[in-house]
Design a protein around this ligand. Sequence first.
Ligand code: GLN
Length: 301
Amino acid sequence: MTTVKDALKEATQRLREADIQTPALDAELLLAHTLDADRTHIALHADRVLGRTQRTAYESLIARRLRGECVAYIVGRKAFRHIELLVNKDVLVPRPETEALVEAALETIDRAQTKAVSVLDLCCGSGAIALALLDERPGIKASAADLSEAALAVARANHARLFGAARPLSLIHSDLFDNIAARFHLIVSNPPYVPSATIPTLAREVQGEPRLALDGGPDGLSPIRKIIAAAPPRLLPNGRLLLEAAPSQIKEIIRLMEGSGYRDIACTKDLSGRERVIEGTIIEGGAPAPVPMSAPCGAGW
Ligand code: GLN
């Protein structure tokens, strides 16, 4: 007979031996998923006996974790701020660092003169940033864009599940600003920023994530350079650009922003105390460049 407690103990031990960083937590999350319960339920029913089917199902999830797949992909979900997002291998798993970007965006939204702040989440992936902002500030006018159609499908599913028609999100298929005609009060982006040569050295779990969402070119700054240069005409007067980047890149990004006419440049630290978010204002961005005729996809206003 295997109880919940026994199963957790054994799985935790195996995960620890495989150098998984959070063995007990992962064992619990995977058991909760197997039993379609939450972690509290598991803690309260430690003596419950597992059936054969449940044991086999749990074993196969633990085997996937031991092969290096991350918990979020195995269970297909990830908590971010106050919402839960569906995730699959077409999108980056939302990170705690990115919660700092959301917090900085909330501050900008709250300082704005208008209630209907227009926000673009560029390189949106699962839609984490746009959806967390819609969740916490329902009055915003939200748009989200990504180069990957597969990622947009995930963002669309997340939006439908969380909000539906009640809080519209305009989803746009676009390589950075290529298909974006509108201007925004706020552009927020967690673009790919890992230097290409660094990717093979990252944790095994990260190797399973889409390269497109991570690879920022030789020094990691290729997309960020393009965004800083192209954002001004996409911003309304006094509009603000907020970017997530690696702490080591912040100095160079400040230089780039200064060179492109951004004002009030500021950095925010992430939960581990490292500079992670950088933002700046464009007082007057000039006329937007003409946009190609390809139509943006997705619903919304
Ligand atoms: N912070 C992520 C990582 O280190 C990178 C995210 C990104 O490139 N946008 O894995």
